[in-house]
Design a binder for this molecule. Structure first.
Ligand code: PLP
Length: 465
């Protein structure tokens, strides 16, 4: 009988895969010997494999370049990185190696842009697309950036007051975009996104507040579908609705020349993951071209703002199984030496799934388990994978430590989890390791931040100065 963990993986998935291989009984990720990492740094740990960021950016740029060529598309494609998915300097440094642009969501993003400009990583030609609801701090920051020469900074108008606020704060002419408030999927708890301006109100808004404002040049229409770019009737329908608005607006506003289709490219969340990125890109470009040709309108330059896709697949987390609690005949709880709520908050908040695999002991027998975190919150658990509705891992043995890895966790988890701050039950934040390759392709690792210490918490809490 095939009872080894490696047999289970072989029977369940096509394995090995591009990024996952097994050497002996241990897992490697992009050629990284994960047990070596554990031996050097200890677990729990989080890591970022920086080359994956550039790899994904270049994949997307190639899909778009091929699609533009295939459809004889007259406009350009512009890749923007959505900084809120991970603001870390090492992430932006890597992303910006690839001739890309930036999308911001809030005021401090602009301070980051200014910092990167000082270091020469961003120039005055870089597009800085400013999304989000804008009030004093953000407006002032955007205005300073534009007044300082960032000619391709495009604030995306999210509500009716923003134009006046920006016009007051900016010295010369400036470009703007308008965000369409998308209609949500029927299963959502609300109909229309709170972000942006409703479809029907866009043309009247242009006529009332933009047309006669000589300081403002409308360049971009922006739309973002919360559920991402999917091959569903809902997505294609929303794209077509957006294109109709673009066409109507373009007819009365010749300066409009760009369409921003937001973020929303998915990330591999299981070893069964299938998504035809190339087809989706080709079809998006095709739909835009067809709609514009039919309406005899010049097709727009296309912008995207991929966050998860840029940085998600570069990140991972490794935990040690500390102990097994058998709570009844069927339920065995493997306790990790950290917390899901604090280190992978999306698993708890929106039941998000990540690729999860044993890091060692692949030749041992497996068992079905539940995974528990160390906080005393009963919701701090992980109990199923994307396609299996269960979790299987090598059998717990007190004298044979077991390590597990969660992969493709690089987007949003650290900011939502509050990196460096208070954590639920004061479970310390794990250390963070950066992994890169030198010119010869050899792996280099370095510690980015240590695990949080009790004194860190006591300081934040006011017990120690
Ligand atoms: C306006 C906008 N652009 C881009 C993104 C990035 O989305 P994703 O991480 O799915 O690519 C978001 C995410 O919420 C967003 O709101």
């Amino acid at each position: 009988m095939n009872t080894k963990y490696s047999d289970l993986i072989d029977q369940t998935y096509y394995f090995p895969q591009e990024e996952f291989t097994v050497e002996g009984s241990e897992l490697h990720f992009h050629g990284i010997d994960l047990m070596e990492l554990v031996k050097e740094y200890g677990a729990p740990l989080k890591f970022t494999y920086l080359p994956k960021i550039s790899e994904n950016i270049n994949k997307a740029k190639k899909w778009f370049a091929d699609a533009l060529e295939k459809h004889n598309y007259p406009g350009t494609y512009n890749y923007c990185y959505c900084t809120k998915s991970s603001h870390f300097e090492h992430v932006l440094n890597e992303a910006l190696k690839n001739d890309i642009h930036i999308e911001t969501s809030a005021s401090v993003d602009i301070n980051i842009v200014e910092n990167l400009k000082k270091k020469g990583k961003i120039t005055n030609d870089t597009y800085v697309i400013c999304n989000g609801f804008k009030r004093n701090g953000y407006i002032t920051n955007i205005a300073n950036l534009i007044n300082g020469g960032q000619k391709n900074c495009i604030p995306i108008i999210d509500n009716y007051e923003e134009i006046d606020l920006l016009t007051e704060a900016i010295d010369d002419k400036f470009k703007i975009g308008i965000r369409i408030a998308s209609e949500e999927e029927p299963k959502f708890e609300f109909y229309t996104s709170r972000l942006g301006i409703g479809y029907k109100n866009i043309v009247p808004f242009f006529n009332k507040q933009i047309k006669d404002n000589e300081q403002v040049e409308l360049k971009m229409l922006h739309f973002f579908i919360n559920t991402g770019i999917r091959d569903t009737a809902y997505y294609w329908n929303e794209l077509l609705k957006c294109l109709r608005v673009y066409i109507n607006l373009k007819r009365i506003c010749p300066s409009l020349d760009s369409l921003n289709i937001g973020g929303g490219f998915p990330v591999k969340n299981s070893l069964h993951f299938e998504y035809d990125y190339k087809y989706m890109v080709e079809e998006i470009v095709n739909q835009i071209k067809i709609a514009c040709d039919e309406a005899e309108v010049e097709p727009p330059h296309i912008f995207t703002e991929f966050g998860s896709f840029t940085v998600g697949e570069s990140g991972g987390a490794i935990y040690e199984i500390l102990y097994q609690k058998q709570q009844n005949d069927r339920e065995k709880w493997n306790m990790i030496n950290s917390s899901f709520i604090t280190t992978l908050p999306d698993t708890w908040a929106i039941s998000k799934k990540f690729v999860m695999l044993a890091v060692n002991r692949w030749n041992d027998e497996y068992e079905r388990v539940l995974l528990g975190g160390l906080t005393c919150d009963s919701d701090d658990y992980y109990n199923s994978e994307q396609n299996t509705n269960a979790i299987y891992l090598p059998k717990y043995k007190r004298d044979k430590p077991l390590y597990i890895g969660f992969f493709n966790t690089g987007a949003y988890q650290d900011t939502i989890g509050g990196f460096g701050g208070l954590q639920h039950c004061l479970i310390p934040q794990p250390k963070q390791i950066l992994i890169n390759r030198d010119k010869e392709g050899n792996l280099e690792t370095r510690l980015f931040s240590e695990q949080q210490e009790p004194q860190d918490f006591l300081k934040i809490l006011g017990y120690e100065k």
